[in-house]
Design a protein around this ligand. Structure first.
Ligand code: RUQ
Ligand code: CUA
Length: 664
C-alpha cells in the first residue's frame, strides 16, 4: 500500500505525459439540467448581467463576454497586433508594442486582474500579463483601450503576474524563469544555474487617480520558478503569496528534474515590510533597460519611453520580508479566500490540497518555528503553517476560487472536474465533470472580499468533441455552471479565443454606465487633427507627405489627391469627425503594406503608406457606415519620382473634364 501511495504522484506525472487527462468522464453529456436554456437566455436587445474578461493565452489579447449568455462582445488587443482595428499598425499605436528588444507584435497573455478598492472590484482598470517578453498592461475600462504597457527587467516568462493588492497599490509580477540579472554578464554556462540565476518579483505602483504604473522596486529571490500568486486581504492584506516550483533548481528536463522534491514552496512576502525597506533606501540601484508605453486619450497617441534604472531589494539580506512554506508538490494555483485567513496551494502532482492559515503562519514566524532555510530564506514547518488538508479532492488540482458562502471550488486538470469543498471542515461537498481538463476557473469577484457566487465559469484546455469539428485545431471551451444551489449545474458551453487562462467577471453595472461612447472632437489634441473639413490639407516636408483628412458619412476629405511621387512616405492622418455613438469609419488604400485603420468618432489615427508604383490608388472606408458607405472613397495619383505635378487636393470640385479626347 505504502509503495502504491508513493508511486501515485509519479503515475500522475506519467498520466499527464501520455495525455491520459483527456479521458472522458462518465455520463458525459447527460449532466445538463433541464432548465439550463432559460437560465442563460438573454432576450434579443437585453443586456447580460456580468462582463467576463478572458485572457487570450497565445492570442495575446483579452476577450470580453457577456454572462450568462456567453456572447462574445469584444476582443481588446493588448500584446498582439490586431489588423481588425489597426492596433499595432497605426502610427499612434505602434509605440505600445515597443520593448527593449524593439517592436514586438505578439505575446502570450495568461492572467487578468481587475482593479480593487478595499478588496472589492472597482471597475476602473484591468491588468494583463505578457509571459514571453515580460510586460504588464493596464486596460482602461471606460474605453476598453490598452492604456499602458510596462516592461519588466530581470525577468523571463512573466507568469506569476499581474496580481494586485487590496487597494491596487501595486501590481505584482513574479518571474517564471529565473535568469542572470540584467546587469550581470549573462554569457554563462546553463549548468551554472544554481550560482548565476536569480528569481525576481516586481512591484509596480499604480497611481490612485490616473492608474499610471511605474516599477517601484524589485525583490531579488532564490532561483525558483514563480508560478502564480495572490495578495492577502483583510488580516493578511500586507502580504503576498507566491507558488514556487523547481525548488530543485533544475536546468534541464524539468518534467523529471523539477518534480523530485516531495514539497516545493509557497513564498509568503511581507510587502508592507518590503515597501518600508524600499522607502528607507535599503534597495540597490541597478542599471537596466525597459520600455514604458503610455497611450494618451487626448492625443489618441502612444509614446514609448525607455527607463534605465530599477531599485532592487535583496530578500536574503533584508530579513523578515520572505518566508517559505513547504507545499506539496509542484504547486500551481495560489489562492486566498475572501476572509484573508486561508491560503490554498494547488500542487499539480499532489493528491491533496493543503490549506494554510495566515494566523498560524504569523505565529510560526514570531516563534521562529523554522525547519531551516532555503538560500537564506527561513522555511516554516509545514504543520505549523497548515490549517488542514482537503483529502482526495481529485487528481491534478490547479486553481481555486471562492463563492463567498464559505466554500471553495477547485479545478482538477487530470480527473477533469471541478470540486466544491468547505473552507472550515475541508469536506468535499460536490463535484461536476468538465469537458475537458479544466485550467483556470472564475467566479465573479472570486478572488476578492466579496465574491458573487451565482456562477462559476471553467476554462478548459481540451475541447475534443464538444463542437462541430474544424480540422485539427479546435476552439477552446468555457463552461458556465450555476453554483447558487447545493449542486453545481452545467448550463452552457461557449467557445473562446486563443487559449483562455485566468479570467475575471464583474457585475455589468460597475462598468456599463461609465463606458465612453465617443471622443469629444474639441478635446482632440492630436498634432495632426482636422477638426472640420475646412482644416483638411496636405503638407509636404521633403519626401514626407502629411495628409490631414476627415471622415464623415459618407465622404472622405480630401478625396482627390495628386502630386504624390515615388519615394514619398505618405501619412494619412484621418480624423473621424462624427460625434455620435457607434459610428466608426475605416480607412484602407490599395497596396498598403499595413492593416486598415478603424477610427472612432472624435479620434485621429494615422496610416503610413509608401507607394510602390506609379498609378491611381483608390482608398475607401472599410466600415459599413451608411447607405452610401460604398461611395465613401477617393483616389490618389502617384507620379514618377522627378515629376513636376504639384500637390493638389479637393473634395467635390475636381469635376470631370468634358472636353478631354476620351469624352468626345
Ligand atoms: S496558468 S491553467 Cu498560465 Cu494561469 Cu494555470
Ligand atoms: Cu464610413 Cu463606411
Amino acid at each position: 500500500m505504502k509503495k502504491i501511495k508513493n508511486l501515485l504522484p509519479a503515475l500522475m506525472a506519467v498520466g499527464m505525459l501520455l495525455g491520459m487527462h483527456a479521458c472522458k468522464p462518465k455520463n458525459a453529456g447527460n449532466t445538463i439540467s433541464s432548465d439550463a436554456a432559460g437560465k442563460v437566455y438573454i432576450a434579443p436587445g437585453k443586456y447580460d448581467e456580468f462582463y467576463n474578461f478572458v485572457s487570450g493565452g497565445f492570442s495575446g489579447q483579452m476577450s470580453v463576454y457577456g454572462l450568462p449568455s456567453g456572447r462574445l462582445l469584444k476582443v481588446v488587443p493588448i500584446f498582439s497586433v490586431n489588423p481588425e482595428n489597426g492596433y499595432g499598425y497605426s502610427e499612434e499605436t505602434k509605440p505600445m508594442l515597443m520593448t527593449s528588444h524593439g517592436f514586438i507584435p505578439w505575446d502570450d497573455q495568461h492572467h487578468l486582474d481587475l482593479s480593487q478598492t478595499n478588496g472589492e472590484i472597482d471597475g476602473r482598470w484591468i491588468f494583463a500579463n505578457a509571459n514571453n517578453t515580460p510586460r504588464v498592461a493596464r486596460v482602461d475600462l471606460t474605453t476598453f483601450h490598452t492604456a499602458e504597457i510596462i516592461e519588466l527587467p530581470n525577468s523571463a516568462g512573466n507568469h506569476s503576474s499581474p496580481f494586485i493588492t487590496e487597494n491596487t497599490e501595486y501590481v505584482v509580477a513574479g518571474t517564471r524563469f529565473s535568469v542572470p540579472p540584467d546587469d550581470k554578464n549573462g554569457d554563462v554556462a546553463i549548468n551554472t544555474y544554481k550560482d548565476n540565476f536569480k528569481g525576481t518579483i516586481s512591484f509596480i505602483s499604480v497611481d490612485k487617480n490616473s492608474g499610471k504604473m511605474d516599477i517601484a522596486f524589485q525583490l531579488q529571490c532564490p532561483a525558483v520558478n514563480f508560478d502564480l500568486s495572490h495578495s492577502g486581504k483583510g488580516p493578511s492584506s500586507g502580504w503576498f503569496f507566491f507558488s514556487c516550483y523547481n525548488t530543485e533548481k533544475a536546468n534541464t528536463l524539468l518534467e523529471v528534474n523539477a518534480s523530485k522534491r516531495d514539497k516545493d514552496f509557497i513564498m509568503a512576502v511581507n510587502w508592507k515590510k518590503a515597501e518600508e525597506y524600499f522607502k528607507a533606501g535599503k534597495g540597490r540601484k541597478q542599471s537596466v533597460k525597459y520600455a514604458h508605453n503610455f497611450y494618451d486619450e487626448k492625443t489618441h497617441t502612444a509614446t514609448s519611453e525607455f527607463k534605465t534604472e530599477v531599485i532592487v531589494l535583496d530578500s536574503k539580506e533584508l530579513k523578515d520580508i520572505c518566508y517559505f512554506i513547504p507545499c506539496p508538490k509542484s504547486p500551481h494555483g495560489c489562492d486566498v479566500d475572501p476572509t484573508g485567513e486561508y491560503i490554498v496551494g494547488s500542487g499539480k502532482l499532489a493528491a491533496l490540497i493543503p490549506v494554510f492559515s495566515f494566523s498560524k503562519i504569523q505565529n510560526a514566524i514570531s516563534a521562529k518555528d523554522f525547519i531551516g532555510d532555503y538560500d537564506g530564506i527561513p522555511v516554516i514547518k509545514y504543520e505549523s503553517a497548515l490549517y488542514g488538508e482537503v483529502k482526495k479532492p481529485g487528481l491534478g488540482p490547479l486553481h481555486t476560487e471562492f463563492d463567498g458562502r464559505g466554500n471553495a471550488i477547485t479545478t482538477m486538470f487530470v480527473s477533469s472536474e471541478i470540486v466544491k469543498w468547505n473552507l472550515k471542515d475541508l469536506k468535499i461537498l460536490d463535484r461536476a465533470p468538465t469537458f475537458y481538463s479544466p485550467g483556470h476557473l472564475c467566479i465573479p469577484g472570486g478572488d476578492t472580499k466579496k465574491p458573487n457566487g451565482k456562477y462559476v465559469i471553467v476554462y478548459n484546455k481540451i475541447t475534443k468533441d464538444r463542437y462541430l469539428p474544424t480540422g485539427p485545431e479546435l476552439a477552446q471551451a468555457a463552461q458556465l455552471f450555476d453554483i447558487s444551489g447545493e449542486k453545481m449545474q452545467l448550463l452552457l458551453d461557449f467557445p473562446t479565443i486563443g487559449e483562455p487562462h485566468y479570467a475575471q467577471a464583474v457585475q455589468a453595472s460597475l462598468i456599463r454606465d461609465k463606458s465612453v461612447k465617443f471622443f469629444k472632437i474639441e478635446d482632440n489634441n492630436h498634432p495632426y487633427v482636422s477638426k472640420g473639413e475646412g482644416t483638411t490639407k496636405i503638407v509636404r516636408e521633403g519626401n514626407k507627405v502629411h495628409v490631414y483628412m476627415t471622415l464623415i458619412r459618407s465622404h472622405i476629405t480630401p478625396d482627390n489627391i495628386e502630386g504624390i511621387k515615388m519615394g514619398d512616405e505618405v501619412y494619412f492622418h484621418t480624423t473621424n469627425i462624427e460625434q455620435d455613438w457607434d459610428v466608426p469609419h475605416g480607412f484602407a488604400i490599395k497596396g498598403a503594406a499595413n492593416a486598415e485603420l478603424l477610427v472612432m468618432p472624435g479620434e485621429t489615427s494615422t496610416l503610413k503608406w509608401m507607394p510602390d508604383r506609379v498609378g491611381i490608388f483608390p482608398f475607401y472606408c472599410t466600415d459599413f457606415c451608411s447607405a452610401l458607405h460604398q461611395e465613401m472613397s477617393g483616389y490618389v495619383r502617384v507620379s514618377p519620382a522627378g515629376s513636376k505635378i504639384p500637390i493638389s487636393f479637393s473634395t467635390g470640385t475636381n469635376m470631370p473634364k468634358s472636353d478631354s479626347a476620351e469624352n468626345k
